[in-house]
Each structure stands twice: as structure tokens, then as C-alpha cells.
Design a protein around this ligand. Structure first.
Ligand SMILES: Cc1cc2nc3c(=O)[nH]c(=O)nc-3n(C[C@H](O)[C@H](O)[C@H](O)COP(=O)(O)OP(=O)(O)OC[C@H]3O[C@@H](n4cnc5c(N)ncnc54)[C@H](O)[C@@H]3O)c2cc1C
Length: 432
């Protein structure tokens, strides 16, 4: 694989593409066929839905415009971050004790679901359930993290405070006041996780077509027909799992998310003596700054750091250079180490910072908008979508079905003028 095919060079030199497991060719759909459920998009959302549905014995057809894991799922930081942006108290206050509690449970259970699927299906993706560290650089940020940890602990989750000394030991830097560790989280090789989900879904009978961009769908007599350039699939249920790459499909769905580029850079494998001083126990870390950075090592000991991207190539390169500089400031031992990979992809932000589960037409449901937390949450949403496609009534799903809410000024996002006011507000809240 090497690089991400059909992507701009500045975003395509992905460590994950370069270290991916072998994947079979998945040719394009070239026929008119029927199915029990069509899934559009083969990222974590679509592949989790496909796997869960295929396990019930249903006939599943997945249509992917490129290859499985081509989108954010094959490019991300590989951090398994349980929960949503809003903590359990806020969710239960907004949605009430019953559905708020279910949303809390299912999102907080993202780590159990991801690591459970990996174990159950023998997915080879360097899974490491070592915990997710959040590091605070101000007293206010630390108070917020500790309050969130209290809320989770009150619900039985193992989310613990970390003193400055403990954090310094686990990170190998003394930059932060303290933080928390969520023992439900961890990290993995995201593209290999996606490829493993695809293999597992196929082993259970799902059919996955690559190079099969869906151009649109039409509904008639309780059936939906989905069309690609080479063929069509007709089924009673369609799941739209295209997240930040939705574009015009299922209009106005794409306008309900703000696609924002996030970029990453990675070093060559660190020598043992350097690796021992940097994240010695292999944790994944998110920093609490407004312009969030996240960092970790991979299984071969490469240091990886990510953060907010940009629109134009030159600005993307500048952001990638800034990440290298930030890494070397945090860890001076990295000075002189070769930086070998630089890539990026699109995260989908939503207006209310919550994922969306939307009925687009009779028989057509979409799940998207994970605000940078999709390794766990997209896997969870895939299961929720599978429940819906299996006939679970809307009010019994673990996530509420809501109306599509377009983001104001969405049309200005591609003018190359940088993020709009609306986007900046979302970014500030999410911390990207
Ligand atoms: C750089 C980066 C770092 C991130 N880091 C983290 C992290 O550390 N932890 C975390 O939890 N989350 C992280 N995220 C977010 C996470 O990757 C996403 O939330 C998640 O992968 C979304 O999965 P998905 O399946 O919904 O979408 P995607 O993986 O984007 O998949 C959508 C798929 O739909 C396909 N598609 C689009 N249109 C069509 C069409 N018309 N027909 C057919 N197919 C179509 C695309 O080709 C794509 O493969 C990060 C994202 C990025 C970009």
C-alpha cells in the first residue's frame, strides 16, 4: 500500500498505510443485485454495522468509494477514547435519566466494544488497552478533567486522577499539572483495525465492494435502490456511513457535519534508550490545550503526534512542521530523530458536539459526527445502526434518532479562507 491512494500528496504519506496488513482486492460492483441491507462507506461505522449484521445471518452489501479504511478510519491517531465530549451529567441533564443514561453507557462502553471485537475476531492491529491519558496544562483544565473522572467513577467506570508526579513518570515530561487516566481506553493500529473488521464481516458472509462510489438512491414500495457507476443494489434497509466524506450524498446530511482536517507526523522507530524515556508504558495522550495535540508511540516505537490541520497544502505543511517542533520542545530527545511520515484526514464536527443518528428517508438511516472520537464511537454507532436495520424500534435504540441539523455558513468552508466563525466555535469546543 505505502501511501493513501487518490489523496493529495500532503495528506497521503500515512504511517498506517505504510505498515498495513495485506488486504485482498475488493473489485467494484458490476451488477444489479438485491440484499437485506446496503451499507455505504467502509470505515469503522460501516464495517462495524456490517459485522454486527452479518453475524445475524443477514445478507449484507458494503459499497465503498475507495478501499476499506480509506477515510478517517484508516488515518487517525488510533486512540480509543471512551465517552463523548459532554460528560455523563450533561448528557443525563440534556436527554433525561433514561436515554441520557443509555447514551452514557453505550459511549463509555466504546473501549469494551472495540477491544471485545478485536479479541472475538482475532483482529491483528497492535491493540494495547493500556488506558487513555488526558493531561492538563492549567488548573481549570485539571478541575474539569477531575470532575469528569468523578462523574464516570460514580457510574462504575475506572477513570482515575493522575498526580503531577505520576503523569511525569508515564509521559516522560514534566509539562503538565496533572491529569486523568481512563482505563477503558488504549490504542491500536487504526487501518489494521478497519481491515480486520472488513475481513471479519466477510468471514460472516458480508460482501464488500471497493471502487464503488454511491451516486444516489431512490425509494419505492418499501425498497431502496442504491446506484454506483457499475451497478445497483436494492434492499429494504440502507445505512449511510460516510461521515466527514459525505459530500452531497443524502442531502442535506453533509451539511450537518463540518469536515475539518487533522494532521499527524511520525518518526522512525526510536532507539531503545530514547523509547524508554518517552511514554515508557505505551500510553496514548491528549493534551488539554485549546488547540489540542495528541501523541503516542506505535508498536515499533515510532513517536506519532497529531493536531489541527488546514485547507491549503502550504498551510498543511506548516501545521505538520509545527507538530514536529512541538514534539521536539516536549521531548528534546527527539531532536535529530528522522521524521518519516506526514499525513492527515477529515474529522466530522457537529453543531451540538454529539454524533447524529438520522432517518434520511423511509428505510435509510445515517450515523456520523464523532467530533474526533470515532475509534470507539463509530464502532458503537455501527452497532446501533445494525440494531436499527435488524428491526429494533427507534425508541429502544441506545442513541436517539434526531433531525438533520445543517451547520450555518457551511457553504463557505471551502473558500480557502480558513475556518468560518461557525467552524471556529466548533473547533474551540472540541479542542481540535
Ligand atoms: C487525522 C485524524 C486523527 C484522528 N484521531 C482519532 C483518534 O485518535 N481517536 C478517535 O477516536 N478518533 C480519531 N479520529 C476520528 C475518527 O477517525 C473518525 O471519527 C472515524 O474514523 C469515523 O469513521 P467512519 O466510518 O464514520 O468514517 P470514515 O472512516 O471517514 O469512512 C467513511 C467512508 O465513506 C466512504 N464514502 C464517502 N462517500 C461515499 C459514497 N458516496 N459511496 C461510497 N463510499 C463513500 C469514504 O471513502 C470513506 O472510506 C481522527 C480522525 C482523523 C482524520
Amino acid at each position: 500500500m505505502g501511501v493513501i491512494a487518490n489523496e493529495r500528496s500532503v495528506l497521503s504519506h500515512s504511517l498506517w498505510a505504510a505498515t498495513a496488513n495485506d488486504a485482498p482486492d475488493r473489485p467494484a460492483l458490476a451488477d444489479d443485485v438485491t440484499s437485506d441491507c446496503v451499507i455505504i462507506g467502509a470505515g469503522f461505522t460501516g464495517l462495524s454495522a456490517a459485522l454486527h449484521l452479518a453475524q445475524t445471518g443477514a445478507r449484507i452489501t458494503v459499497l465503498e468509494a475507495e478501499t476499506p479504511g480509506w477515510g478517517a478510519s484508516g488515518r487517525n491517531g488510533g486512540q480509543v477514547n471512551p465517552g463523548l465530549q459532554d460528560g455523563p451529567d450533561a448528557l443525563e441533564a440534556q436527554f433525561g435519566p433514561e436515554i441520557g443514561r443509555r447514551m452514557t453507557d453505550v459511549s463509555g462502553g466504546g473501549g469494551d466494544l472495540v477491544f471485545g471485537l478485536i479479541a472475538q475476531h482475532g483482529i491483528d492491529c497492535d491493540a494495547n488497552r493500556v488506558g487513555w491519558i488526558r493531561a492538563a496544562h492549567t488548573r481549570k483544565a485539571l478541575d474539569e478533567l477531575e470532575s469528569l473522572a468523578d462523574q464516570w467513577r460514580a457510574r462504575g467506570a475506572v477513570v482515575e486522577p493522575l498526580s503531577r508526579d505520576e503523569l511525569t513518570r508515564l509521559l516522560g515530561v514534566n509539562d503538565y499539572l496533572g491529569g486523568t487516566i481512563d482505563r477503558r481506553g488504549g490504542n491500536l493500529h487504526p487501518l489494521n483495525y478497519a481491515l480486520g473488521l472488513a475481513d471479519a464481516a466477510e468471514r460472516h458472509g458480508a460482501q464488500i465492494f471497493g471502487d464503488s462510489r454511491v451516486m444516489g438512491y431512490t425509494a419505492k414500495d418499501g425498497l431502496v435502490t442504491v446506484k454506483t457507476a457499475g451497478g445497483s443494489v436494492t434492499a429494504p434497509k440502507v445505512l449511510v456511513c460516510t461521515n466527514a466524506y459525505t459530500g452531497d450524498l443524502g442531502k442535506p446530511l453533509g451539511k450537518s457535519v463540518m469536515p475539518v482536517t487533522s494532521v499527524q507526523v511520525a518518526t522512525a522507530p526510536l532507539s531503545d534508550n530514547i523509547a524508554q524515556s518517552i511514554l515508557p508504558e505505551g500510553h496514548a495522550v491528549s493534551d488539554s490545550r485549546r488547540v489540542l495535540i495528541y501523541f503516542r508511540k506505535d508498536a515499533a516505537g515510532r513517536f506519532i503526534i497529531g493536531g489541527r490541520g488546514a485547507t491549503r497544502d502550504a498551510s498543511v505543511r506548516a501545521r505538520q512542521a509545527a507538530l514536529r517542533a512541538k514534539a521536539e520542545q516536549l521531548y528534546p530527545l527527539l531532536k535529530g530523530v528522522e521524521w518519516t511520515h506526514a499525513w492527515g484526514g477529515d474529522v466530522a464536527l457537529t453543531r451540538d458536539h454529539l454524533p447524529g443518528l438520522h432517518l434520511l428517508a423511509s428505510g435509510v438511516m445515517a450515523g456520523l459526527g464523532y467530533n474526533g472520537r470515532g475509534v470507539g464511537m463509530a464502532t458503537v454507532m455501527g452497532k446501533v445502526l445494525a440494531d436499527w436495520a435488524s428491526g429494533v424500534p427507534d425508541d429502544a435504540l441506545d442513541f436517539p434518532v434526531t433531525k438533520v441539523r445543517p451547520i450555518p455558513f457551511h457553504q463557505f468552508r471551502n473558500l480557502g479562507l480558513g475556518p468560518t466563525v461557525a467552524a471556529l466555535r466548533l473547533l474551540d469546543r472540541v479542542g481540535l
